[in-house]
Design a protein around this ligand. Structure first.
Ligand SMILES: [Ca+2]
Length: 487
């Protein structure tokens, strides 16, 4: 039975899943979501569905065995699937700030850090669309964690908070196009141990990445992670069903992505692909042909300028990202070099012993190489021992800490938790998992110099304080480790 055939039943089911008490409210015909013939606004809607800590390639459409993401796959197959999408920072708050503003996190002052704030002088696309008359809001996790008011904002930069999707649509003004940020908390830790296997995942089909130890503990942990990815995908399916039933799916620019990579050692909060390379699919039949696969390098900073161009809205000053529209086959723009992407990080958790220092890094990723610059190599990239707090607590982390001197863990422990040199270079033709640093090897001299120069040029163009020797400003910003309401 198709969604269309199920009529209002599917909508009630979807609302119930997305909105707690939604089934009873939908059945009682709550205004907005209960209309039989919803108004179809001329201007397209915007929906960003963002997972929390989900790495590429952990999706069915990416060919990873053992995981099923039919709804993400559908969005990619009915629109564009990006195989080289990267975040600005592999850390919740600055990554989300970059997506929302179209600027790299190092351009956002206190917005560069986890538990920072996003100054109101940096407009988000949600600010701009609210000004343009859109019904704007977010559900679950918006921008954050951090302090909203310290930046001079009245509500979350992802839009005013809604208790659920039903509430968001119930408060929509008739005919107003909407701009919804649906921020899942999946697959962020903590996980219920064994929940992945309980949900039907088969640990024997899960491949352990080469930077993690081969053990049952890690396999079970990965199953729990996959299980939460699949839960995000089910929520996405309910959103699709709801929009379809409202008759608004094809008039909605739908973006599905993640804020950073998987919460495992040498992954989240690093500049390796496992931290920065994320799934991205965009569906909008009016501009994107079904089945489009885009291998060009894109940054999530490119999302906001894409919205501005698609909606023909003037872009705020200072946006560094580039609209993705030319990649969809329109308005070819040869000025944008999409053969590389830049990423970085500043303070993640407050992880350096007795200081507010972060672990500053910048990186450039091309098809052939990953080059990383570590500005303060005497600090600890995963946080100082014994806690290594820039790595989320997990069974895998505990396993590695407890066995750090054993033969099968020793080298991986050093890679994940040890200090790193000022420069790292990985030759992806022979080392796609980025385990063997070839920086300073004579044969790579030219490549290293070229990438270092290109990275520095890009950072200078975007006014990065680190590129001008003024990066300590990031270490001085406040760390608002408070309980944030409606983050
Ligand atoms: Ca995250």
């Amino acid at each position: 039975m198709s969604v269309q055939e199920t009529g209002g039943i599917s909508r009630r089911r979807a609302l119930a899943a997305l909105g707690g008490a939604g089934s009873a409210l939908a059945a009682s015909g709550v205004a907005g979501c209960g209309r039989r013939r919803p108004a179809r606004p001329e201007r397209p809607n915007i929906l960003v569905a963002i997972a929390d800590d989900w790495s590429w390639p952990h999706a069915g459409v990416a060919g990873t065995p053992g995981i099923a993401t039919p709804n993400f796959d559908r969005v990619g197959q009915e629109g564009a699937l990006f195989t080289n999408a990267f975040v600005s920072a592999a850390s919740c708050t600055p990554s989300r700030a970059a997506l929302l503003t179209g600027r790299y996190h190092w351009e956002l002052e206190q917005g560069a850090n986890l538990w920072g704030t996003l100054p109101a002088k940096f407009p988000t696309y949600t600010d701009v669309l609210a000004e343009a008359g859109y019904h704007v809001g977010h559900c679950r996790k918006g921008w954050g964690p951090g302090n909203i008011k310290a930046g001079g904002r009245e509500h979350n930069p992802a839009g005013p908070w809604n208790v659920n999707v039903r509430h968001f649509f119930a408060t929509r003004r008739r005919k107003a196009p909407f701009c919804l940020w649906f921020g899942s908390n999946d697959p962020h830790r903590r996980y219920r141990l064994g929940s992945g296997i309980a949900a039907g995942l088969d640990p024997d089909k899960v491949a352990i990445p080469s930077w993690l130890p081969r053990s049952e503990t890690v396999k079970i942990d990965l199953c729990d992670y996959y299980g939460e990815v699949q839960r995000f995908d089910r929520d996405l399916g309910r959103l699709l069903e709801l929009l379809e039933d409202m008759g608004e799916l094809d008039n909605t620019i739908l973006v599905v992505t993640s804020d950073n990579g998987m919460p495992f050692p040498r992954s989240k909060a690093t500049c390796y692909d496992s931290g920065t390379h994320v799934p991205l699919a965009i569906r909008w039949p009016k501009a994107i042909k079904a089945g489009t696969v885009i291998d060009s390098f894109v940054s999530l900073c490119d999302i906001a300028p894409t919205f501005y161009e698609l909606l023909e809205i003037d872009m705020p000053d200072g946006v560094s990202g580039n609209s993705l529209l030319p990649l969809f086959g329109r308005n070819k723009d040869e000025r944008v070099d999409r053969s590389f992407v830049v990423t970085g990080r500043e303070r993640h958790t407050c992880s350096q012993e007795k200081t507010l220092d972060g672990y500053p890094m910048r990186a450039i990723r091309t098809n052939g190489y990953l080059y990383i610059k570590n500005y303060e190599p005497q600090r600890w990239p995963a946080g100082s021992p014994p806690g290594y707090s820039d790595v989320d607590r997990s069974p895998t982390k505990r396993y590695m800490l407890e066995r750090r001197t054993t033969p099968n863990v020793k080298d991986l422990f050093r890679l994940a938790f040890g200090r790193r040199p000022a420069e790292e270079l990985y030759d992806l033709r022979t080392d796609p998992d980025q385990l063997h640093n070839v920086a300073d090897q004579p044969v790579y001299d030219n490549a290293q110099k070229r990438l270092s120069r290109k990275l520095t040029d890009m950072l200078k163009q975007t006014g990065d304080p680190r590129a001008f020797g003024e990066g300590e400003v990031f270490d001085r910003y406040a760390y608002y480790m408070i309980k944030a309401i409606h983050q």
